[in-house]
Design a protein around this ligand. Structure first.
Ligand code: ASP
Length: 310
């Protein structure tokens, strides 16, 4: 039986990890579920109205960055020095253009800055002070430290700040709260976006997989769009997003086979925990993870799903 190609499709994640049912109250769970659904709606409505995949992934990622529930934008984790250093990347599957920023502070929506790098600079990847100086030329909104302060993230950091431990978002639950979105639009174009605060207590200057094109984020109209979440050091070494695309392009695997191979086989063997959301050129969606759960949601023109656990 042939596949049913939807008019459009979208998927998002709010991080993967050891998300255990008995650690989350029903009220917290409901909050996560309706927030994921609300953020999904943002991109879904755009795609249904004929917007392009890039606009949909940016708008959805901004919505995710603006909620303190996830480790990106507002709600980003604390670094070892008590600040916030955020990473983000975007890629257009049609043009293969990409934009990324790493180690930025005060930028309200890092994904917006990554998009500006892609569209308005001669470069693909800007970091730290250089990225912030570029943001000032683009009228990208900035916020004070107060905006990024979150009591829960602060408590997480206090627990590990003198231990030398670099922690993935949540100690007890080992949760990766990065956000991301992939989309397939009515013209068959793909796009991917990912944004993160990285890891609690991370060393000054540490950069994870999120802003690295091919590791945490990738899109190519010939294959798929991918956004990752998990232990970044492993995702960088496994070049996860591009590997999924390559397995489709050069080995002829389906999206599901490629995601399973990379996430449940290769990454697992290396000890890398986490997951991916991905959409192929026919609008088929995969949300694959090797952890207990992944905050995720997806939709096309006929159905939608919101889920946390496996
Ligand atoms: N991948 C992110 C990083 O290593 C963390 C996450 O997914 O939450 O920076």
């Amino acid at each position: 039986m042939g596949i049913i190609k939807p008019k459009y499709a979208i998927a998002l994640h709010g991080g993967a990890g050891t998300i255990l049912r008995n650690k989350i109250t029903p009220a917290e769970e409901a909050n996560y579920m309706h927030t994921l659904a609300d953020c999904l709606k943002v991109g879904q409505l755009l795609l249904a109205a004929g917007s392009d995949a890039l606009s949909a992934v940016v708008a959805t990622t901004i919505a995710l960055e603006n909620t303190p529930l996830f480790n990106a934008g507002k709600g980003s984790v604390f670094t070892h020095t008590g600040g916030h250093e955020m990473d983000a990347a975007i890629m257009c599957g049609q043009s293969l253009k990409a934009g990324a920023v790493a180690g930025v502070s005060r930028i309200k929506n890092p994904i917006e800055l990554a998009q500006a790098v892609m569209q308005n600079s001669q470069h693909v990847f800007l970091s730290g002070g250089g990225a912030e100086a570029f943001a000032a030329t683009q009228n990208i909104p900035v916020e004070t430290d107060d905006y990024f302060f979150d009591a829960y993230r602060f408590k997480q950091w206090q627990q590990v700040k003198n231990t030398g431990i670099t922690q993935l978002d949540h100690a007890d639950e080992k949760k990766f709260g990065t956000v991301g979105c992939v989309a397939f639009d009515v013209n068959g174009n793909l796009a991917a976006a990912t944004s993160t605060g990285g890891m609690t207590n991370k060393q000054y200057g540490r950069i994870g997989d999120t802003p690295i094109i091919g590791a945490g984020t990738y899109a190519n109209n010939n294959t798929c769009a991918v956004s990752c979440t998990g232990h970044g050091e492993y995702f960088i070494r496994a070049v996860v997003a591009y590997d999924i695309s390559c397995l489709m392009e050069y080995r002829g695997l389906t999206l599901q086979q490629a995601c399973d191979k990379v996430v449940k086989d290769k990454l697992l063997q290396m000890g890398g925990e986490g997951g991916v959301i991905a959409i192929d050129k026919n609008g088929q969606i995969e949300m694959t993870f090797n952890s207990e759960g992944m905050y995720r949601a997806c939709a096309n023109d006929t159905q939608s799903t919101v889920a946390i656990y496996s």
